[in-house]
Design a protein around this ligand. Structure first.
Ligand code: HEC
Ligand code: HEC
Length: 353
């Protein structure tokens, strides 16, 4: 076979890779794959998307932007509340996840119900308890009457202007820039700089691998997204049921008492949030949630789909005792019996991400 015949497929593969898949004008931090070009779009789209992401006028009553629940200094999550606070102070049933590296996430939301980042945008825009738009039309009209937005959409999407698709594409393009890699972890593992991690952090890394954390929070040979792009029942939702046995009861106006119902031996109430099951109706998916990506995790407390664990120490203790036992607990979750030093090392490792 001639050398050309051998080289052609390689050259083609390279060309296809460069031309269709990768956004070359976004820096690719060490330890991450290239951002998919299809989503990352152009610099003009990303700039428009950024403006939309921070704009409170996208909410029906002009009070809430994406950035108010996905706060940039808090790893694009929110530290203040376990459950997100939406329209008119209403409490949502889930915790706002970090948006770092979300462009690589195959199943979006804690239950993985959405697979397209550009379509996902309309979830919060239309949810009555989030940004509360009563329909797509009213929001598009509000954007179209603003000359600045009209011009920006025309520049970003010539011939298309303001539409359901272009709003989604612009915001998703901005989200594709929220990349977190190049951490000390990446420098040590992928950059060959062993000293980037301390001895204790290396020990934490070994525990992360040997105790099975990495079987779900995956590390590949040249990149690490810390997710297996799947969902698991670690028992968080189930454990929450047991806790809600304590309820606040109002005995008289102004007199509220916490009452423990667990002694009453009531039949256990089913958890209100059943996770992936709500989408698939497959009993095996009960209380299963998508595997979060862990980058910047020290900044995105509180943790888990319901924000029920307030610190990384609590998360480690949760795994140490084998999660929240329940009939369909993931087989990979089991008691670890970590020593105090091992817990500290694991914590140090998580903080180095
Ligand atoms: C009121 C708070 C709030 C607002 C406003 C909000 N979000 Fe969210 N966001 C959440 C919560 C809570 C979830 C998880 C919901 C679930 O899993 O059911 C979420 C999930 C997401 C996800 C999925 C992340 C993942 O890891 O799967 C993306 C992407 C996202 N939001 C982007 C946006 C964008 C873009 C906007 C603005 C158009 C926005 N959000 C507005 C609270 C909010
Ligand atoms: C069976 C798969 C699996 C294993 C094993 C596993 N995790 Fe997780 N991890 C998950 C899932 C799924 C969630 C989300 C659960 C939820 O939202 O209720 C999660 C959540 C977390 C979170 C919270 C992240 C956030 O943003 O809320 C941290 C931190 C974490 N895991 C660290 C670890 C560590 C450390 C280990 C090893 C001791 C480990 N995980 C083992 C699947 C796993």
């Amino acid at each position: 076979m001639s050398i050309e015949k051998l080289l052609l497929p390689a050259v083609l593969a390279l060309w296809v890779g460069v031309a269709t898949a990768e956004a070359q004008d976004i820096a690719q931090p060490l330890g991450l794959p290239p951002a998919p070009r299809q989503i990352a779009g152009t610099p003009t789209m990303r700039k428009l998307g950024e403006q939309l992401f921070f704009d409170r006028s996208l909410a029906a009553n002009g009070t809430l932007s994406c950035a108010m629940c996905h706060i940039p200094t808090q790893a694009f999550a929110s530290n203040q509340s376990a459950l997100s606070i939406g329209m008119e102070g209403r409490s949502l049933r889930r915790n706002a996840p970090s948006l770092y590296n979300v462009v690589f996430k195959k199943y979006l939301f804690h239950d993985g119900r959405e697979t397209d980042l550009t379509a996902q945008v309309w979830g919060p825009l239309l949810a009555p308890d989030e940004m509360g738009n009563t329909g797509i039309g009213p929001l598009l009209t509000r954007l179209r009457v603003q000359p600045d937005y009209r011009a920006a959409f025309d520049a970003a999407f010539p011939g298309e202007g303001v539409s359901m698709t272009t709003v989604g594409r612009a915001i998703a393009a901005y989200e594709a820039t929220l990349l977190l890699g190049e951490s000390r972890f990446d420098k040590a593992i992928f950059g060959g700089d062993r000293n980037a991690l301390s001895t204790e952090e290396w020990r934490g890394y070994d525990i992360f691998i040997s105790k099975g954390c990495a079987s779900c929070h995956k590390i590949e040979s040249d990149t690490a997204l810390f997710t297996d792009q799947s969902w698991h029942n670690t028992g968080v939702a189930f454990r929450q049921t047991a806790q809600t046995a304590r309820v606040q009861v109002q005995l008289a106006p102004g007199l509220v008492k916490e009452v423990d119902l667990s002694g009453l031996r009531l039949a256990p109430a089913p958890p209100r949030d059943i996770g992936r099951f709500e989408i698939t109706k497959d009993p095996a998916d009960r209380w299963a949630y998508t595997t979060p990506m862990l980058r910047g995790v020290s900044k995105s407390a509180p943790y888990m789909h319901d924000g029920s664990l307030s610190s990384l120490e609590e998360v480690i203790d949760f795994y140490d005792v084998g999660g929240g036992p329940n009939p369909v607990l993931d087989a990979k979750i089991r008691p670890l019996n970590l020593t105090r030093e091992e817990k500290a090392a694991l914590l140090a490792f998580l903080r180095a991400l």
